[in-house]
Design a protein around this ligand. Sequence first.
Ligand SMILES: [Zn+2]
Length: 356
Amino acid sequence: MLSGLAPSADEIELSVFGPGLGEGMAIHLGDGEWMTVDSCWHDRIQQIPAAQHYLDNIGVDRTAVKHIVATHWHDDHVMGISKLLEFYPHAQFYYPNYFDADEGRKFLAAYAGVAEPAVRGTRELYRSLRTIKERGQQAISIGIRSIIHEANYSWGSLSLTSLSPVSAAWEKAMGVVYGTISPGDIPRSIGKPKTNISSVVMHFDFGSDAMLLGSDLELHQNLGWEAVLADAWASNRRKSSIYKIAHHGSKTACSLTIWNTLLTAAPAAAVTQFLQGRTQLPEAADISRIKGYTSTLHTTSTSTGRPPRATDAERLLTSGLKSVRSIPKIVGQVRYRKRMPSAGWGAEISAPATIL
Ligand SMILES: [Zn+2]
């Protein structure tokens, strides 16, 4: 992971972390103020999230992180996010204002304080909401046209908004949830992958430039990216010169219209991997397609194949534990910095991150 000096007051930073499964981000907004978006582990056994490890590395104070965003509740995006919330006492917590039925049931179970779930994504949600309640705070739900943060920094004005999820299906989804929930009915996992229409896409308007974080939002007949692009407010945002590519670069989250409408001609772009079972994203075809859109493409990791499995010896050693933990993997980092208002974005990487 990268170290060195923290960015100066007038430097914007986007750091993208990826261990091969999942992603997290740390963003310097200006004047020493930070936010994090999603989360993955630096060290799962020690329970240290990647963003926390990095911010410690560069000497950022615990009070400097003001916003923590969960773009959606999939395991590969929320590992350790409750730890971030515990570690950064001044942070406001944001989550998407849309749930599908499974996510909605998890949310209700967590909100109601039903016994702490043993599974990961659900447990992160439960613990985050518990921390919020203990602090007497409100978690803030966000979706299309939400203003997350507006502020004046020494470098100029920032307007941070979310372009998704759209709310059209929310009442319907919650109706389904309400009709089906029972105490023994907390979903133990997300289930089979389905089109992601519930992720928060965020747009940072820096006045003279912009940045787009695509979360895991996918294309969908009339929700997802199509709804963002069909919304005049969302599609008229300032074009972004930097892009955290949506949904690990999959073709289900990529269209020429996204690149033409929301991004500048040749933005810098970062992708994170998703390696689980037979699913490997991005695929080779995804990388070639994206390289047709931009010549500056970074990935946080380049591993292939299945994530490492515990050997027999490790299984034996860990068999007395409650759960067998996989070997911590090295977290790759892509770091973009830009001195405001007019310098270009500089990029640095830490292995296994690389330029594609
Ligand atoms: Zn993902």
